[in-house]
Structure formats: C-alpha cells, structure tokens
Ligand binder design. Structure first.
Ligand code: PMT
Length: 409
C-alpha cells in the first residue's frame, strides 16, 4: 500500500512485564506494537519469567530482554532515556505498589522512577486484590500523578471466578498507547459519528441493505476518542467491536431509527461526522408475514429521511461532515453535495476503486471543503480518519468563530 501511515511509527516503547498470569499475552502485545511501526524494549521482573520466557520476548521484540539491575549497570538510565513511553502490561498489584511508594529494588521499578515521559499501566490480578482498598489507594496515587490506566476488564479470571481484574485486551492497550501520543485538539468536543449500513425491511425476514461494514465510521470514532472528544457512535448493523471510551453507543437498524437517534443527541453537539451508509429508500409497506414465493414480485419504495440534509438545515448547525460514496471519479457530484446539504466537509470515496469504500480496511479519499480539496493516496481507514479529523480540527476554529457571530445577531 502506497501510504500505510502507522500511528506508532518510530515510537520507542519500553514495555515492563510483571509476574501476572496475563504475561503470556505480552508476546502478542510486542508483535502488534511492532506491526504499528513501534520499536519495543522489554524489561521483565523475575516473577514474570514464571509465565513467559525471556527468549520468546527477545524474538518478538528483536531486542535483548533486560531484568536485573546489575546485568548492565547503566540500563536503568539508558532504557528510560531512549524510550518515548513506558507501558507495564501486565501490571501486578506488587509493581503498582512499588511504583506508588517510590520503591526501586528491581530494574522495572528503578526505570519507572527515572523515566520522564508518559506511563501506561494495564492492571491484572484477582478481583479480591483489585478491590483491596490499599491497592486502590496505590492505583489512585499513580493516576493522580498522570499515570494512564488501561483496563482491567470484567470477566472470567484465571482462578475461574467472575470479576474485575482481567488485563485489558491487547487492542485496547494499543488504543491507549495511540491515545497517549495523540494531540488532544478535540478535547471536550462533543462529536456524533454515524457508521455502518441500515436495513429496510420488506417482511420480517427480508431487507434491503448495502455492504457497509462500519469500519470507516468506527475508525473515525476511535480517532475522535484518541484526540480527546466525547463521542456518541450511532451504528447500523455491524460485526465490529465497540470502540473503547465512547460516551454512548446506539445500535440502530433503519434509516429512520438512525435519524431519530441522531436528532435525540444533537443538542450541544460540536461536530457530526456521517460515515454511515443509510438507505435512500425503503419499501412503502413492511409485510407482517413472510411474503410467499409466487412468480413476479413488485415492490413500491418511498424515500427515507435524508439525515445529512436535515442536519444541514438546522439554525445552530454543528460542524457537518458528510461522505459521498460515488461510483467512478464523480468528484463533481461530491462537490454538489457540499452545497446542497449545507455541509462543511464532504469526504469523497470512489467505492468501486480497488481497496476503497465498503468493507475493506483501506480507503482512498478526497476531503472537499468550500475553498480547498485534498486528495489522499490509498491508506488505512485509521489514517484516513486522522486526515479527516485534521480537516475538521481546522474547520472547528472557523466554525466556532462563525457561531459566535451568529449568536450576536
Ligand atoms: O462502512 P465501511 O465498510 O467502512 O464503508 C465505508 C463507506 C463506503 C460506507 C463510507 O466511506 C461512505 O462512503 N459512507 C457514505 C455512504 C453513503 O451513504 O454515501 P451517499 O453519497 O449515498 O450519502 C451521502 C451522505 O449522506 C453520507 O454522509 C450519508 O451518511 C448521508 N445520508 C445518506 C442517505 C440518507 N438517507 N441520509 C443521509 O444522511
């Protein structure tokens, strides 16, 4: 792919692996961090070696794994100095207690004290330990000093019990790392994102839909969260996992439901980004029973609400971003949409181009604004989402100014 922009490209991550049963996941974590373009140096506590071998982490990270303070007398200074961020996953109650009380009796706790950058901890332990007020006090002490917490999750624990204490999924930990590196230009901004297709029913069994998977919209929602926004995601049917950190999530089926959900949340919203593919028409009548198969079937259709247009007519309209799914290079139709729908930005994508549009992990977009157009090469939907938000961020400043002028009128 021409431009596979990796959010963690060239970032140096110092990964601490403590002695929790989730330590076995650290090999996968290292591999996936490297897939995102990061380099990883690993420090293990002695207890961690009961769960995962230094060799497996050495192979995964392609770097020597350190654990003893005296293995290399300068490692507790050099490792932190070279790192952009420290991540402890899993972070046991013991290592969190040492960090919180400034204890430095092993390489990991010594590096923590000498590290000057952002630290992310992914706690992992039995729910009884997690609930312990002394542990909670240690954790609060760390977060009060700016340490970022990722997880833990609720679920079945190693001991077979149900409760909170499972280390966060690797994907959530990586999202937390990306967020730690993200600029916060959307801090405190309220953003609604729509994603996925809609389903317009013919009868209880059959419906009209399209191939939208939700990937583009979910990537936009994740990017907004990383950049500090409060995000409401309104999603048509999709198999994707809900992004972590949403303010709220609405699952809808029809275009009408998508419209109603959006207009319910619109007050005080700063930005609306409509990456969804709602149907433009739906069957005039939804049969109560399954239509019998008998020769020709003719169906009358009616228009569905044009949600973007309706939002464009609002007196106090939020900054409005629409998409244009065209077949072929019909940029002219996308430009027309910008005016007709009174949108601030239209993101054009040719859904018949290879690697673009529906249900793929990449997209080739053109970001159209009243006075500028930015055509981007094929890239991941995550990178495309960042580019769209860069344009939105730029527009927000101008939009805020024009709303101040409007409110003085
Ligand atoms: O979900 P993915 O698999 O990742 O695919 C991504 C995508 C191809 C769906 C996405 O990139 C995209 O192009 N979304 C817009 C699809 C669409 O409906 O395009 P359109 O040109 O028909 O609609 C223009 C705009 O009006 C869109 O912002 C759409 O959300 C909105 N719309 C459409 C129909 C409708 N009834 N109401 C609307 O508000």
């Amino acid at each position: 792919m021409k431009n596979k922009k990796k959010v963690l490209k060239n970032k140096k991550i110092l990964l601490g692996v403590a002695g929790g049963v989730a330590a076995y996941k650290s090999v996968d974590l290292v591999r996936r961090l490297k897939d995102e373009g990061a380099s990883v140096n690993v420090i293990m506590t002695d207890a961690a070696k009961n769960f995962v071998t230094p060799l497996s982490l050495e192979i995964a990270s392609e770097n020597r794994v350190c654990s003893g303070v005296f293995d290399d007398p300068m490692s507790h200074i050099n490792l932190p100095r070279e790192a952009d961020i420290m991540l402890i996953a899993p972070a046991t109650a013991n290592i969190i207690g040492k960090f919180a009380n400034g204890i430095a009796d092993d390489l990991l706790s010594t590096c923590f004290l000498s590290f000057k950058g952002k630290v992310v901890v992914a706690p992992s332990m039995n729910w009884r330990m997690y609930d312990n007020p002394i542990f909670q006090e240690n954790l609060r002490r760390l977060t009060a000093h700016g340490v970022i917490q990722s997880g833990p999750d609720k679920g079945t624990l190693a001991c077979g019990e149900e409760g909170i204490g499972r280390m966060a999924d690797v994907s959530e930990i990586i999202e937390t790392i990306k967020s730690a590196f993200s600029k916060k230009d959307f801090f405190k901004k309220k953003v609604i994102v729509t994603a996925g297709p809609t389903r317009e029913y013919l009868d209880p069994v059959r419906f009209l839909s399209n191939r939208s998977s939700g990937k583009m919209g979910y990537a936009v929602a994740r990017a907004c969260i990383r950049r500090g926004a409060e995000v409401i995601l309104i999603s048509g049917p999709s198999c994707l996992e809900q992004p972590h950190g949403l303010k709220s999530f609405f699952r809808v089926e029809t275009a009408q439901e998508m419209r109603d959900a959006m207009f319910k949340c619109l007050t005080e919203t700063d930005v609306v980004i409509m990456a969804a593919a709602p149907a433009d028409f739906s069957p005039e009548k939804k049969e109560k029973a399954k239509i019998e198969k008998s020769g020709k079937l003719s169906v009358n259709f009616k228009n569905t609400p044009d949600i973007l247009s309706e939002a464009g007519k609002l007196k106090k309209k939020p900054l409005l971003v629409g998409f244009a799914a065209e077949t072929g290079g019909r940029l002219d139709r996308a430009k027309k949409k910008l005016i007709q729908k009174n949108a601030d930005i239209i993101v054009f994508n040719n859904v018949t181009a290879v690697g673009s549009g529906f249900d793929v992990d990449t997209n080739e977009i053109t970001i159209i604004r009243k006075n500028k157009e930015l055509s981007l090469p094929l890239m991941t939907k995550a990178a495309a989402a960042e580019a769209i938000l860069d344009a939105v961020s730029d527009g927000m400043k101008k939009h805020a100014k024009s709303r101040r002028v409007e409110s003085q009128d």
